[in-house]
Ligand binder design. Structure first.
Ligand SMILES: *[C@@H]1O[C@H](CO)[C@@H](O)[C@H](O)[C@H]1NC(C)=O
Ligand SMILES: *[C@@H]1O[C@H](CO)[C@@H](O)[C@H](O)[C@H]1NC(C)=O
Length: 420
């Protein structure tokens, strides 16, 4: 904290990777000397401090669950939320870790009550949110809700929490809310670094541990300050259900890989798997990149009505285990040549997750070199194919090559067994 007026000029050093000719990367140190963050004395902590405002102990691994927005947008009601909770259990998804049931925008009346409290929309949530939370909790699941660091949410059909942070946090806690997604629409023009920590403090005072998801769309590089303020932070604007949208969000999110850690995760937005806009292979790429990037795995389809293909993708235990690995290190794109990419990151037990992605129009062979992954060059490595669910018969030295279809991927766990 700076002395005096509570205005703290902040300098953050970020490592930025720059792609060189031939696909190699080099590291540059970039000093972000601006913007000047204006944390008031009210907040009592400067951004330069390493201390978290949100020591809630949550999100040691990325959150998993479901959110209403990608499939339903504003067309939600308590019946859909309850049936979704039922479906998460009956399909076995909850046992795999998908436990958050998150209501997005459009759940409240446009007007607060005469005491200034948020009011669940009478036509769509007549039983109220407390009753919904009780129902969801009775299934062993958790309930998430949505608000906004502005005067209205993005849909403009309900109020935001700006200026009502403590009151709304108390309301959420009293209802039994477990997760808050906090959007950035219709605000007063002040910086997210001013508005978001007010809600962080309010949640900490609310008496309940509530996962705090910062949805400021990556505008002010929240990866730089998010870990002190929330449990995850969006690094991109909204995803849509197309290949181009999906891979561009993956790339933007990858830029910040070094800043993810247990307790705070980069968030490239929710999953579109099962919504119909991509091929099966493309959805497998989507799910694999999100998993290896330690992104929140928040389903965005109608889990009451999924195809066999969708179920097969989102229930891949081996891929989920990469996402939930205890080391909590986000993978990086360690090499790319044209449309061929190699993503890799370390796992517990001296293992490595590797993803070969073919973004081009033709089938192609992709070679992952130990050197790029960080495995000593002479190591003999066992490879497990996570989508074929088999350990390969051959052992590999120096590299692993696979033929990969257009807009498809191969995903492995590599485990060095000895040196040659
Ligand atoms: C279930 O999904 C299919 C497409 O996969 C769709 O045609 C059908 O209308 C859906 N049914 C319901 C009840 O939403
Ligand atoms: C992969 O490794 C093998 C064995 O070490 C070597 O013979 C081969 O040239 C390498 N392939 C590529 C494409 O680097």
């Amino acid at each position: 904290m700076g002395s005096g007026g509570g205005r703290v000029a902040v300098e953050e050093v970020v490592r930025v990777r720059v792609r060189m000719v031939g696909g190699w990367y080099c590291w540059l140190l970039v000093l972000l000397a601006s913007p000047t963050f204006t944390f008031g004395n009210r907040i009592g902590i400067g951004i330069g401090s390493r201390r978290s405002l949100l020591p809630n102990g949550l999100a040691l691994t990325p959150p998993m669950g479901w959110n209403s927005w990608n499939h339903f947008n504003c067309k939600i009601d308590e019946k859909i939320i309850k049936e979704t909770a039922d479906a998460l259990v009956s399909t076995g998804l909850s046992k795999l870790g998908y436990t958050y049931v998150n209501i997005d925008d459009c759940w409240a009346e446009i007007a607060r009550d005469d005491k200034g409290n948020l009011v669940p929309k009478k036509t769509t949530f007549p039983s109220g949110i407390k009753s919904l939370a009780d129902y969801v909790h009775s299934k062993g699941l958790k309930l998430g809700i949505y608000s906004d660091a502005g005067y209205f949410t993005c849909s403009k059909t309900m109020p935001g929490s700006l200026g009502h942070e403590e009151q709304d946090a108390k309301t959420f806690a009293s209802w039994g809310i477990d997760y808050l997604k906090y959007d950035n629409c219709n605000n007063d023009g002040t910086k997210p670094t001013v508005r978001y920590p007010i809600m962080t403090r309010a949640l900490m005072k609310s008496g309940r541990d509530i996962f705090f998801s910062l949805c400021e769309w990556g505008d002010m590089h929240p990866a730089l300050w998010g870990a002190k303020v929330g449990n995850s932070w969006r690094t991109t604007n909204d995803i849509s259900d197309t290949w181009e949208s999906m891979v561009s969000r993956a790339d933007m999110n990858e830029f910040y890989a070094d800043l993810a850690r247990p307790g705070g995760w980069n968030d490239p937005d929710m999953l579109e798997v099962g919504n119909g806009g991509m091929t099966k292979d493309e959805y497998i790429v989507h799910f694999s990149i999100w998993a290896i990037s330690k992104a929140p795995l928040l389903l965005g389809c109608d889990v009451r009505n999924m195809t066999k293909e969708t179920v097969e993708i989102i229930t891949n235990k081996e891929v989920i285990a990469v996402n939930q690995d205890g080391l909590g290190v986000q993978a990086k794109k360690v090499r790319s040549e044209g449309d061929q990419e190699i993503w890799a990151g370390p796992l517990t037990g001296y293992r490595f997750a590797v993803l070969l992605v073919n973004r081009g129009p033709l089938r192609n062979s992709i070679t992952a070199e130990w050197d790029d992954i960080g495995i000593p060059p002479k190591s003999i490595v066992k490879a497990r194919d996570l989508w074929e669910h088999k350990t390969l018969n051959t052992q590999f030295v120096g590299n692993l090559t696979a033929s990969v279809d257009s807009h498809a991927c191969k995903m492995y766990i590599l485990k060095p067994v000895s040196s040659s």
